[in-house]
Design a protein around this ligand. Structure first.
Ligand code: DAH
Length: 339
């Protein structure tokens, strides 16, 4: 070994390192030259055979060689890493919009499906969809709806009060008031929406559920108009002719107040849904109470109307045979995937 040989080796290694362009080339270089069995270690081993004077010359030369090659190796490693990083960043910046990756499809929530279906039936009869806030004042939820001051529904055990005057609406009937305050007759609206009641939950009760309100206000409106509208809606919704049964019911905002049942759409002879009675209880309805019209600045001598309200949640549960109400807003993927 002499200085010339070391110089030649150095040049050869530098040349080789300059040609390294990938991580795997780099690793090959390391294994071949930089490990304990590598070229540099091998040439160091040759020192043993030299005499003391030569050792004194060659030792530092070999150390310088090792240092330089290691430094170049690290520099090359950094260059390759930076190149790789840039490729990855560019890929992120410019993504190929033509690549089609298979993605899972979502589905419409049963609430959305049924709401859209009901809306389209009523819209075909000339009704418009109305919306109202979920946080309302006492006036909209109770007073304007002719609900007496001492009515138990006003109590804290039934209602989520936010403060002495504001609450989470317990019924979509509030939208009747909001609409009549802003619109003059003829009015024909439906209002689906969430309602909240301070209730303990179980499979058939929840503190939040959906209702569907209907309101028609015009001149000389009668119970016959109400029944014809409901019969037509229910027959289209259930896809078969439905008959109605009317019982008296008390709701402070309608006079007369009615409870409306329909022939069971799922059977002719009695089934588990109608509890073998062939009838299902569907909704409350009636003719708008004169006091309600007055609260909305409408003259009851001139105008009359009908209103109805039913549990949209109940209808959805009936239609899809959902046994636990809590599933509807649980966000459980397995449940939602079925629709
Ligand atoms: N708001 C009533 C409830 O939550 C349902 C209802 C009954 C609505 C009669 C009406 C109606 O519009 O006329 O139980």
């Amino acid at each position: 070994m002499d200085s010339k040989k070391v110089k030649e080796l150095k040049q050869a290694l530098i040349k080789e390192l300059q040609e390294v362009s990938t991580e795997s080339n780099l690793e090959e270089f390391r294994l071949q030259h930089l490990t304990r069995q590598g070229t540099i270690a091998e040439i160091f081993a040759g020192l043993k055979e030299l005499d003391a004077d030569q050792k004194r010359i060659m030792g530092p030369e070999l150390n310088a060689l090792k240092k330089e090659i290691n430094a170049l190796f690290e520099a090359q490693k950094e260059t390759i890493f930076q190149q790789k990083l840039k490729v990855a960043q560019d890929k992120e910046k410019y993504f190929d919009v033509t690549i089609s990756k298979p993605v899972g499809h979502g589905s419409l929530h049963p609430y959305t499906r049924v709401t859209e279906e009901i809306q389209s039936i009523f819209m075909s009869m000339g009704f418009q969809v109305a919306d109202g806030p979920e946080l309302v004042t006492e006036f909209f939820n109770f007073t304007a709806l002719n609900i007496p001051d001492d009515h138990p529904a006003r109590e804290e055990s039934d209602t989520f009060w936010i403060d002495h005057n504001r609450l989470l609406r317990t019924q979509t009937s509030t939208v009747q008031i909001q609409t009549m305050k802003h619109q003059k007759p003829p009015i024909a609206i439906i209002a689906p929406g969430r309602t909240m009641r301070n209730e303990a939950t179980d499979a058939s009760h929840d503190f939040m559920f959906m209702q569907f309100e209907g309101l028609y206000v015009g001149k000389n409106v009668s119970v016959a108009n109400l029944l014809a509208t409901l019969k037509s809606f229910l027959s289209t919704f259930f896809g078969k002719k439905v008959n109605l049964r009317v019982r008296p019911g008390y709701f402070p905002f309608v006079e007369p107040g009615l409870e409306i049942d329909a022939t069971c759409p799922f059977c002719t002879k009695g089934c588990s849904v109608c509890k073998q009675t062939k009838w299902i209880e569907l909704m409350g309805a009636g003719l708008v109470h004169p006091n309600v019209l007055k609260h909305c600045d409408l003259d009851p001598e001139e105008y009359s109307g009908f209103a109805f309200g039913f549990g949209l949640t109940r209808l959805v549960m009936l239609k899809y045979q959902i046994s636990d109400i809590r599933l509807l807003h649980s966000g459980t993927i397995e449940f939602l995937k079925q629709f």
